[in-house]
Design a protein around this ligand. Structure first.
Ligand code: SF4
Length: 361
């Protein structure tokens, strides 16, 4: 239901919808994994940190009996717990394993890749510069891989007073969701100061971050205003806003249609819309409906995405066991059995919708 309260005095002539926008493969995987946990266990299921940084998704899970905690010590002994997509520190993982009856880590494999790089260089005695946002869950989890070797630097401030013990043994890694332009500036500065700098062979900025920013940068050249759907603690959402502004265009982050200010639309002939990697599509569709440009919406496509990340290993093992129990008739949970094996074709929204029927096996 769209709120009647939003009235625009000026209707844009044309609108573009960035392609790709919204959910990435890591978010799909994490949402589906947590839905499975709520299907397999009676509430409460615990989740360490927000499963993904989106208010709508988190609230939906809360309604289904998921309890989000910021300290793993808040998880009662023996309770099922999931660790968020942003990645957790080794201490959190081992504590969760000890305390919990069932622990599933839904870290995105592209964050795990950066963890491996950090571990590898730390083991070789490198000083590691990690470019990320202080207190962001992903940055906290990555720095904790090798805290005595790693210095966190903010993308906006660059290397600052960083000093290496040996200038020939310095490595540079990044949070997966940084703004490309900010990351490139730090990279240049680091290469100037440390010509032997070690980095990942492929950029640490993930495909979803890169593609969404590429789309919004190109789309900005055609638009007067860019709206980015996503939550305020979503790093990649904020990077999309900064990318549009760096292209010289007015840009605003919105949680949903309720955040749109009618005055933003004044003098806007062409509007562009995109969404961060954890923003559900129905929120985007509501924005398209409420703005309703005279000539309608056109896709602004820069690339296709077909990445798929399978469910976390621990959860797959668990589901295989349940599947076997169902086959031999130990449980009548046909709705659980029906989806097992079809994960690739089950969308995150299908999974969230399934939360309407939270049942314990
Ligand atoms: S934004 Fe990138 S790193 Fe983060 S969950 Fe999505 S694919 Fe993984």
């Amino acid at each position: 239901m769209l709120p009647n309260a939003i009235q625009f005095t000026h209707r844009p002539v044309r609108g573009y919808l960035a392609q790709p926008n919204g959910y990435c493969a890591g978010v799909y995987m994490a949402i589906k994994a947590l839905v499975w946990m709520t299907k397999l266990f009676p509430p409460p299921v615990y989740c360490y940190h927000e499963i993904v940084h989106n208010g709508f998704v988190v609230d939906t899970f809360k309604q289904a009996g998921v309890v989000f905690v910021d300290s793993i010590d808040e998880v009662p002994e023996g309770a099922p717990v999931m660790l968020s997509a942003h990645g957790s520190s080794p201490t959190v993982i081992s504590t969760a394993q000890e305390r919990s009856g069932i622990m599933v880590d839904s870290v995105c494999p592209l964050v795990t890749k950066v963890h491996h790089e950090v571990n590898r260089r730390a083991a070789k005695g490198y000083d590691i510069i990690f470019v990320g946002h202080e207190n962001h869950d992903e940055a906290v989890g990555t720095v904790a891989r090798a805290p005595s070797h790693t210095t966190l630097v903010e993308p906006e401030t660059g290397l600052g007073g960083f000093r290496a013990r040996d200038s020939k043994k310095v490595a540079l890694f990044a949070q997966t969701t940084l703004g490309l332009h900010e990351w490139e500036e730090v990279q240049l500065e680091a290469l100037k100061r440390f010509p032997d700098l070690e980095m990942s062979r492929k950029s640490d900025l993930c495909y979803a971050t890169t593609n969404r920013q590429d789309a919004v940068r190109k789309m900005s050249s055609e638009c007067d205003l860019i709206l980015v759907v996503g939550s305020d603690n979503s790093s990649n959402t904020n990077a999309l806003v900064r990318t549009a502004r760096t292209s010289g265009k007015a840009a605003h982050r919105i949680d949903s249609i309720k955040s749109i200010q009618p005055e933003w639309m004044e003098n806007v002939d062409v509007v562009g819309v995109t969404a961060g990697a954890s923003a559900p599509d129905h929120l985007v569709q509501e924005v398209l409906k409420v703005i309703d440009p005279v000539e309608g919406w056109q896709p602004f496509r820069v690339t296709e995405e077909d990445e798929y990340f399978p469910l976390p290993h621990g959860l797959r093992t668990l589901l295989d066991s349940v599947s076997s129990m169902i086959r031999i008739g130990l449980t009548a949970r046909a709705d659980v059995a029906g989806i097992i094996g079809f994960d690739r074709t089950t969308t995150a929204m299908d999974a969230l919708t399934a939360l309407d029927f939270p049942v314990a096996v």
